[in-house]
Write a protein that binds this ligand. Sequence first.
Ligand SMILES: [Zn+2]
Length: 296
Amino acid sequence: MRLGIDLGGTKIEIVALDRDGAVRLRRRTTTPAEYPAMIEAIARLVEEADRETGARGTVGVGIPGSLSPATGLVRNANSQALNGQPLDRDLAAALGREVRVTNDANCLAMSEAAAGAGAGHRTVFAVIIGTGCGAGIVTSGRILDGPNRTGGEWGHTPLPWMRPDEFPGPRCWCGRHGCIETFLCGPALAADCDGPGARDAGSIPARAAAGEAKAAAALARHTDRLARALGMIANILDPDIVVLGGGLSNMAHLYSDVPPLMAAHVFGDVARTSIVRARHGDSSGVFGAARLWDAG
Ligand SMILES: [Zn+2]
């Protein structure tokens, strides 16, 4: 049995996948505010899953952040209770088994590469565009990562082919200016359309379709920026397929409008990269976490 846990800011979800990838159990609970209570809540979910499935599962955990290779502590999580904690060691102690922890974009990439929109493709570049903007890379069934554990941290590279009016770009929470995330995430699109402080981009496509010029212009800028940001990825990684997840991945125009715009930024004379919507939607985090032991 493979247990996957998605540790989010508001909920903790667990899924148990059997050998064939069928869901044997799925459950969620509210995320406690304090760190020790989070460990207890996860331990309870795993104990229940072990008992109800009659098997001791492997455990993978997706978090909105990563483990520092220098300290082993959680960093860059948008949950203050989680930052600075030795999550994998504490969970291993609580569960009596080794635990694998990775970020939610890597989980999306694993889930979609194994049994989603990226199935059958060698290199999958999976993007979460929602409250933030991040990516994960799976190639030949494995997460591509290295000594800094920053593989796929595309959201914190500068927007490429920046125009004069875009330079140097908004200040990012990571301390830099002009990160892709500061242009592409939902709040960035909302603010570009409706001014500082606007947070909700969900209504913008409908407003653009209804003829609101401001909404259409903001969408066009956002689409062009995503095309540039993915064109750069084609020139470095050349993934077979790009899978979009997160709240903004529901915007249908991205799948028709980004590929032709992207072609202008891909070096050479072909631009064949497919861009598709994630198949598992919000469930990708938990499914991908369950698959963190798949590659051995
Ligand atoms: Zn940044």
